[in-house]
Structure formats: C-alpha cells, structure tokens
Design a protein around this ligand. Structure first.
Ligand SMILES: CC(C)(COP(=O)(O)OP(=O)(O)OC[C@H]1O[C@@H](n2cnc3c(N)ncnc32)[C@H](O)[C@@H]1OP(=O)(O)O)[C@@H](O)C(=O)NCCC(=O)NCCS
Length: 256
C-alpha cells in the first residue's frame, strides 16, 4: 500500500470524528461501552488535545488522538490512541502520524508526549523505543482492568509509560542522524515471540500470564533502582528484549 497519497492533518469536524470512532472499533475490537465516544473526540481539540487523521481520499486509514494532562504544574500531552488500519501497517504511516503529532505539539508549546503501551507487544515496544526514541521508566499494573479487546487475551492490562521528550538530544539525534545514543546495559528483560500464540489460546494463556508476572517484577525492581528502558532489540525469531540503563538526560516533570 503506498503511503504517498495519504494526507495527515488535524481534524475538527463532527463528521470526521465518526470515522475515528469506527476505526477505533475496527482496530481494537472493543465493546461499544469501552470506546472513546464521539463527544470526547469533539472536545479534545478545544482543550489543547489533538485529533490527527491520516486520510486516503475520504477514508480514514490511521489516527493519533491525545488529551492534555498536567504534572507538577507542567502541561503535557497524553496520547491515548495511535491506530493504523491493518492493511496500511508497516509502511511508515504510524511513524508519520507520530512525527506530525510531535511537530504539532511543539508548535503548541508542549515538550512531552506520554502514552502507555503493553510491554508484551513486541512491535509496539520496538516502534516506541527504537523508531520514536521514547523512554520508559514507569509501570502501571492492570491499568484498565480486564478489557474486551481480543489483543489483550484476558490478561491484566499492565502498561509501561512511554515518555517522548520531544526536544531531548535522544529524539532530536534520532530524527537527524537516524541513530540512538549507545547505552551501557545494566539489565535486559525478554519477551518471547510465542507470547501472542500463548495469549490467544486458553490452554496456553497461563504461560503468557507467567511471562507477564515475571517481567512485571523485573520492571518494578529496575525502575525503583533508577533504570530506564532505553533500547529494544529483536532477534531473528521475532522475540524482543528491553535494554535498560541510566538515561543521561535530565528531562522530568517528577517532583524533586
Ligand atoms: C502500532 C501501529 C500504530 C504502528 O503503525 P505502522 O504504520 O505499522 O508503523 P510503522 O510502519 O511506522 O512502523 C512499524 C515498525 O515496526 C516494525 N515491525 C513490524 N512488525 C514487527 C514485529 N512483529 N516485531 C517487531 N517490529 C515489527 C516495522 O518493521 C516498522 O519498523 P521499521 O520502520 O524499522 O521497518 C499499528 O501497528 C497499529 O495500529 N496497531 C494496533 C493498535 C495499537 O497497538 N496501537 C498502539 C498502542 S495505543
């Protein structure tokens, strides 16, 4: 699928937002009462949030959606959803949406975009850390409770918090030199490629739950010791590995 004919832009019209609700349902398979509703898409751009669509003609093929947050007196964006229609994935559109989101956020005075992601999703972890330059140093246990999304396989919705410091050396360097800084590895946390198959089958779901629990304990311990997820490796079998080290930049809105 060619990404060339796809236009990425901010959206403001109710008719456009209907397509966001529909694509959200298509991508996550949520029950209706778990969907972000039309009225929140309408509200977000009016209060400093972003509703960014990727359109092929009149068809919405991807979107990024964020709402404003405040931490210790600092405004930032929480990016609640990023979605690309299945047949348009892996052609750079997800990254294009995020880079548009970054530019738009900087233009509105933000320096941080955060979002949460499932640390068992190998593609997303790679995308966030390696392709965008986000870092992660916080872990939320069962953030949304058990949801109806088949992607979740009835496991607790544990999430890592991605912090995308828009003007950090790390992100600016990645955008200009296509490279992240080298990291001294303090520890690593593995995610086996079989995790998707284990989650999908009730007979093997326990194995996925065990990996989630093991990794949860490792993340919590590492973060309590001041480590951050800085790099993400993939092997030839499709397994993933978080590489943790000490971030040498001091971007933070945490209270001192
Ligand atoms: C996450 C998502 C938005 C990414 O969109 P996309 O258009 O596929 O993203 P891009 O093409 O820009 O980048 C994807 C990268 O992941 C890589 N990738 C693809 N499959 C992978 C896998 N199984 N393991 C590791 N990396 C993988 C691609 O090669 C690409 O990297 P590259 O640019 O180095 O080649 C899309 O997959 C999606 O909608 N997923 C479902 C919803 C979701 O999980 N949203 C994010 C959480 S809110």
């Amino acid at each position: 699928m060619s990404a060339g004919a796809i236009g990425v832009r901010n959206c403001t019209e109710v008719e456009e937002f209907r397509a966001f609700v529909a694509l959200q349902k298509e991508v996550w398979g949520f029950a209706d009462n778990e969907l972000v509703p039309l009225r929140i898409f309408s509200l977000a751009p009016k209060i400093g949030g972003q509703v960014i669509g990727a359109w092929e003609g009149k068809t919405l093929v991807g979107f990024a959606f964020s709402i404003p947050g405040v931490r210790n007196g600092h405004a930032y964006l929480h990016s609640h959803m990023l979605a690309v229609k299945a047949e348009y994935r892996n052609s750079g559109l997800g990254r294009r949406l995020k880079l548009f989101q970054r530019e738009d956020a900087i233009a509105h005075g933000y320096e941080l975009i955060e979002w949460t992601f499932d640390p068992l999703e190998i593609k997303n972890a790679y995308f966030n850390l390696e392709r965008l330059g986000a870092i992660a140093r916080r872990y939320n246990i069962n953030q949304y409770g058990i949801t109806s999304s088949p992607l979740q396989g009835s496991l607790p919705t544990d999430r890592l918090v991605a912090e995308w410091w828009l003007k950090s050396n790390r992100v600016e360097g990645l955008l200009s030199n296509h490279a992240l800084p080298a990291v001294t590895e303090w520890m690593h946390i593995d995610v086996p490629a079989e995790i998707y198959a284990w989650k999908a089958n009730p007979d093997t779901r326990q194995k996925a739950a065990e990996v989630q629990l093991r990794n949860r304990e490792q993340f919590l311990k590492a973060f309590s010791e001041g480590l951050s997820c800085l790099r993400y490796g993939r092997d030839e079998n499709g397994s993933g590995v978080f590489v943790l080290g000490r971030w040498d930049e001091d971007w933070s809105y945490a209270s001192s």
